[in-house]
Design a protein around this ligand. Structure first.
Ligand code: HEM
Length: 350
């Protein structure tokens, strides 16, 4: 039912934008005020989250690795799995961010009679996740043609390459299809894989439904409701928004306001959601730290006055409490203390 809530929330957003855009005078609110507000919340929220993460102390080297660390020369060092230098960390991060390397190792577990459990390689998630993210990126870069005047040549080339199969008029972009197929796979995986469904929350379904609705309304505008929008007025508004002179000269069409309002909702939701993995991946100590703890002694940098506290000193400090709690100790209490300790409960009872 958690996905039903996500559908209802997105339907509510669509209704707000659709009905709102029909009210005379509200076009300025949906076309100008809401986008500016959404961008402010997005930037403010994004920066706030990154600063909070940046301020969290990480005094020790806590990377997660899955390969041989740099050690004696007779052991082959796995430079990507267990990076020891900054360059190696950059290599590991580049493969992670550009090719989702850790997801490539995704496995599927199954129970069989016996009982037996097996783990098999499962590359589908990796493949569709890659398709989804790259399509999303290209769609956003391509949209820059609406905001920039003149349109940079590079965006023109990207546009041409993306629509080179010339399916339909206007030609369908491969990345529109890639985005829709990718998001449908990710949603279907949450719905039909019982392990993932058990773990999924409304916060997992909502962004997928929202992104699907954004891509679907975009596709509708381009391929089915072309007559319902004024693309020249949209370009005028988009350029006006980035140059801080926004104008809405004519009736642009409700479907555009719906598309834009959904995008704004995504922007507002983004910094407070799991989508922040976009920024978080670059700030994740388990990924961005070097595994050099065999070569470098990591000393707590934000409290250099901290005194060493060996186990023997710790036991001296807490021995009495440990004995009374039944925790084994290396050095027993002196006899008189033990006797006093035994009396204590009687006194308490009295
Ligand atoms: C998260 C951001 C956005 C996503 C994922 C997105 C997605 C899409 C998709 C998938 C399409 C179908 C055609 C294509 O792929 O270009 C589309 C079309 C469109 N989008 Fe967006 N969009 C976003 C932001 C915006 C914004 C901010 C505007 C406001 C100017 C906008 C205006 C349009 C217009 C006018 C079309 C129709 C373009 C055409 O007919 O060629 N989109 N969008």
């Amino acid at each position: 039912m958690k996905y039903a809530f996500s559908f209802l929330a997105v339907i509510a957003l669509i209704l707000i934008a659709w009905l709102g855009s029909l009210i005379p005078g509200m076009q300025y609110f949906f076309g100008v005020a809401v986008p500016y507000l959404a961008v402010l919340v997005f930037l403010g929220g994004f920066i706030y989250r990154v600063v909070q993460w940046g301020k969290s102390p990480v005094p020790f080297s806590i990377q997660t690795t899955c390969g041989q660390a740099k050690s004696l020369d007779m052991f082959k060092h796995d430079k990507l799995e267990s990076p020891e230098t900054t360059a190696q960390v950059v290599g590991r991060m580049a493969l992670e961010v550009l090719l989702f390397r850790s997801l490539f190792r995704n496995t599927k577990s199954e129970f069989y009679d016996g009982p037996k459990i097996t783990y098999e390689s499962s590359k589908w998630l990796w493949l569709f996740a890659l398709m989804f993210h790259y399509s999303f990126l290209v769609v956003i870069i391509r949209h820059m043609r609406l905001f920039l005047n003149p349109v940079p040549k590079l965006i023109g080339y990207l546009d041409w390459t993306d629509s080179m199969f010339e399916i339909g008029t206007p030609a369908m972009y491969m990345t529109t299809a890639g985005l829709l197929i990718g998001v449908l796979f990710l949603f279907g995986r949450r719905l039909f894989n019982r392990h993932v469904r058990y773990l999924s929350l409304a916060n997992d379904y909502f962004p997928l439904v929202l992104i699907f609705a954004i891509a679907a309304t975009g596709g509708l505008m381009r391929h089915f409701l072309r007559g319902g929008i004024d693309i020249v007025a949209i370009k005028e508004l988009a350029v006006g928004l980035v140059t801080f002179h926004p104008t809405i000269s004519t009736d642009i069409g409700s479907i555009f306001y719906i598309h834009l309002f959904l995008v704004c909702s995504l922007l507002v939701y983004f910094p407070f959601s799991k989508l922040m993995h976009l920024g978080g991946v670059f700030l994740s100590p388990t990924r961005i730290m070097k595994n050099n703890s065999r070569a470098v002694r990591h000393i707590n940098p934000w409290n250099p006055d901290i005194k060493p506290h060996a186990y023997a000193a710790y036991e001296d400090e807490f021995r009495e409490f440990m004995v009374s709690a039944g925790i084994p100790v290396e050095k027993e209490l002196p006899p008189q203390e033990e006797a006093a300790d035994e009396e204590a409960p009687e006194k308490q009872e009295a």
